[in-house]
Design a protein around this ligand. Sequence first.
Ligand code: 6PG
Length: 255
Amino acid sequence: METLVIDKSNFKIEVLSDLEPLSHCAASFFVSASKNSIATKKRFAVAISGGSTPRRLYTLLGSETYRDQVDWRHVHFFWADERCVPKDHEESNFRMAFDTLLSRVSIPDGNIHRIRGEEDPEKSARDYEENIKKFFGMSGIPMFDLVILGMGEDGHTASLFPGSKLLKETIRLAVPVYLPKPTWNRITLTFPILNNATQILFLVAGRLKASILSEILGDREKKKRFPAGLINPVHGYMTWLIDQEAAERLRGLKS
Ligand code: 6PG
């Protein structure tokens, strides 16, 4: 395993050979972050993503190898984004997390704060924002203990897509994303709350992501063109776990 430490103290990249060791590394990261947060705050509030890359992580966390290492009574699950589909739909990010993890661990139902993708997107986004504010019960921007993000080949993250006016959102924490058919509309968290997290964990794998990753991690100016490049923790720490294929164009970065 090769660790490339780029610049500021709040940023790290780890390159692992492929998705399996990457997912185990992410599972250990989740376990230790949960222990630290529960020890200090008696809760661990996590916002997770959908897509294919984190599926193995969720499966591992729900497995015998890891599930007993986490005190699920104090873990609260939120979502970085959701597709506007019913919760049992195959495209549902909630369903993916439920099938691979939530249905396999003893977590209280009240700790699962899903985005109601089956409802009107605007209403669902507002309800979700209210739910988040009520949970954190504080003024100002709530602070997740951990946000798990992926990245698309176009540099999108959560459901923040290149060129979207939502990239400039500074007030709302959750917004609807209307996409051209047949793509499902989405609901997504916005930069103010994503960047306010204590820990941000990016999981990126596969050769198809290599080009965009080299722009986002290799060029301070170019990265600003891509939503994933605009994820910058305000006061937290960001870790990129990437596999060898996704890292293949990152050569030349100072270790
Ligand atoms: C979603 C995700 C999205 C995802 C990227 C990467 O709802 O699809 O939240 O932002 O992280 O599209 O997806 P893959 O992991 O499948 O490449």
